[in-house]
Design a protein around this ligand. Structure first.
Ligand code: FBP
Length: 554
């Protein structure tokens, strides 16, 4: 065991808060059924694919009385990217199961979904769980990105569950992992295995949300960590007054992280991918906007600034989206030839086959980005947009644009606009941070809710904890059928059922608040320096939720 820091030692003693229904009734709370549910779209197809889950009513826990619960054997996996609080979901699940029956057992399958298929596990006991309470990371049982979606895999999972006598599986993951949880739940029902499947909403990206899942866990902590770092950079920029900082922020697709960080710190410029797509903005227009701001600030003697860029941006710029689709398609079809080429050879090969519009978009990008678009591909041959250094691309393009402007200024005898850029990418810095009090409480409550759903015999549900901007005791715990979040989408040329990603709502309060202020933040220096996450002290400081959640629930 590694040496433990004094802070972590103190965090072991932190008792996460639970909704009052669990404080009173433990996991024996009564599962009250609500309204019958429907999927967000494509009801007919979703119903046909998940006949035993579709339409099930939502569940809310109310005060209940103890019932005789047999010892339960339950398996748990962490799936996808790390998010602060995962260990507390497991701790809440463990405590909930032990409260249902002290002889219950929890199997932690290792390395994500593949552990469940390959039967790699450890049994979680009190001593082990105690070492991970209120800690960041997923290292207790680790995570993985194997897709659990084929019948052969489901059959293997069934066999493993039968071998151990496992009656329920909890899948802690994002939209894709919970889509797979739904398919597994349906498989278990179709084959009458008696194994229940419950999902828990995880992802720092914050794109797994709806009226019942107000936020996925990890978003709160990760955005606080990034906002602290952005605030520190802003203070540096405002002290030295010589750099423009271009900061890319994680978030595979949606811009929730960038928006939340902007609301917390008030940068000079922040792109929201969803707005870029809606307005059909080109890369040139984006560069023009940033350049205009650099010039305007320089005219006010401010040679510095901070720009936030969401990680998924490139796929939301219409011309780049078409380009990426063409590249994915072409490279996917010519994988063998493509992989045999050098980096320069790849460039020559693809330019011969792009449409004129995509060729123009491709050639407008700096060489480094063109190479990145061709270099990093996932197992399906798709470009991994998270590895595209858009922060460097934008800084380079602004510099190029300014060179032209400065040439014209020189001809008129005007002083050049000074511009010196620093680039950053904040992502991994926040994913394994020790959970904020909010995430520690929320995650523990989600795990406890999952145990209560298992005790109530539910399957094909996602644990839900609502009214999160209220004090924890007023939170409402329950569950929703996973089918409620689904629709049909085309993936790799096939129509498949998936949980719909929640992108930034351009008519929602968080985005509107940002729009109201962005001009003033652009030309002024209204930076906010949030400082580090606080774990001890006044509740107004320690239990603060995100600005997004507060605005959404105001
Ligand atoms: P999940 O959706 O699995 O939670 O992961 C989100 C994320 O953190 C994205 O923000 C990022 O693009 C991606 O994971 C990076 O993945 P990897 O850890 O494989 O580099």
């Amino acid at each position: 065991m590694n040496q433990i820091s004094p802070l972590q030692q103190a965090r072991y003693d932190y008792q996460p808060k639970l909704p009052s229904v669990f404080m009173e009734s433990g996991p024996f709370a009564a599962a009250r059924s609500g309204e019958e549910t429907h999927s967000v779209a494509d009801q007919k197809q979703i119903k046909e694919l998940f006949p035993d889950i579709y339409g099930l009513p939502t569940v809310t826990f109310a005060r209940g009385s103890t019932f005789d619960c047999p010892p339960l054997k339950v398996g748990v996996i962490l799936s996808g990217g790390q998010a602060p609080g995962g260990h507390n979901v497991i701790a809440g699940l463990f405590d909930g199961l032990k409260a249902l029956n002290p002889d219950s057992e929890l199997f932690g399958f290792l390395g994500g979904p593949s552990g469940l298929v390959d039967n790699k596990y450890i049994k979680l006991n009190e001593a082990l769980v105690n070492q991970y309470r209120n800690t960041g990371g997923f290292d207790m049982i680790c995570s993985g990105r194997t897709k659990l979606e084929k019948d052969e895999q489901f059959a293997q999972v069934t066999q493993n569950c039968a071998e151990h006598g496992i009656k329920a599986i909890v899948i802690i993951g994002g939209d894709d992992s919970n889509t797979n949880a739904c398919a597994l739940a349906q498989y278990m029902l179709t084959h009458k295995t008696g194994v229940q499947v419950i999902g828990c909403p995880k992802t720092i990206d914050g794109d797994l949300k709806n009226a019942w899942i107000e936020v996925s866990f990890g978003f709160d902590t990760a955005t606080k960590v990034y906002s602290e770092l952005i605030g520190n950079i802003m203070r540096d920029a405002n002290s030295s007054r010589k750099y423009w900082h271009f900061i890319k922020l994680m978030g595979r697709s949606a811009s929730h992280i960038a928006l939340e960080c902007a609301l917390q710190t008030h940068p000079n410029f922040c792109l929201i991918s969803e707005e870029v797509e809606e307005k059909g903005m080109s890369l040139n227009q984006i560069v023009d906007q940033i350049t205009a701001l650099v010039v305007a600030r320089a005219e006010n003697k401010m040679k510095y600034g901070v720009v936030l860029i969401p990680e998924g941006l490139i796929e939301f710029i219409p011309e780049s989206k078409v380009l990426i689709a063409e590249l994915n398609n072409f490279i996917g079809k010519n994988k063998a030839t493509f992989e045999g080429l050098t980096s320069d050879g790849k460039l020559e090969y693809v330019v011969k086959h792009l449409s004129p519009a995509s060729l123009k978009a491709f050639e407008s990008m700096p060489l480094m980005i063109r190479k990145q678009l061709l270099a990093d591909r996932d197992s399906f041959g798709n470009v991994q947009v998270s590895r595209i250094e858009t922060e460097k691309m934008l800084a380079a393009l602004v510099e190029e644009r300014l060179a032209g402007i400065n040439k014209a200024r020189a001809a008129q005898g005007a002083k050049p606009v000074a511009f010196s850029a620093q680039t950053h990418f904040f992502g991994y810095e926040g994913r394994c941070s020790a959970p904020s009090n909010f995430d520690a409480d929320y995650c523990y409550s989600l795990g406890y809710t999952a145990a209560a759903l298992i005790g109530a015999g539910k399957t094909g549900f996602m644990a839900s904890v609502r009214y999160l901007s209220c004090p924890a005791q007023d939170w409402e715990a329950g569950g929703i059928p996973l089918t409620m979040m689904m629709n049909m989408e085309t993936r790799h040329g096939k129509d498949v059922p998936v949980i719909r990603k929640a992108l930034v709502d351009l008519s929602g309060k968080p985005f509107k608040t940002f729009v109201e202020h962005r001009e003033a933040w652009g030309i002024g220096t209204e930076y906010v320096y949030p400082g580090p996450i606080q774990y001890f002290g006044p509740s107004a400081v320690c239990d603060l939720t995100t600005v997004t959640l507060r605005l959404e629930q105001a």
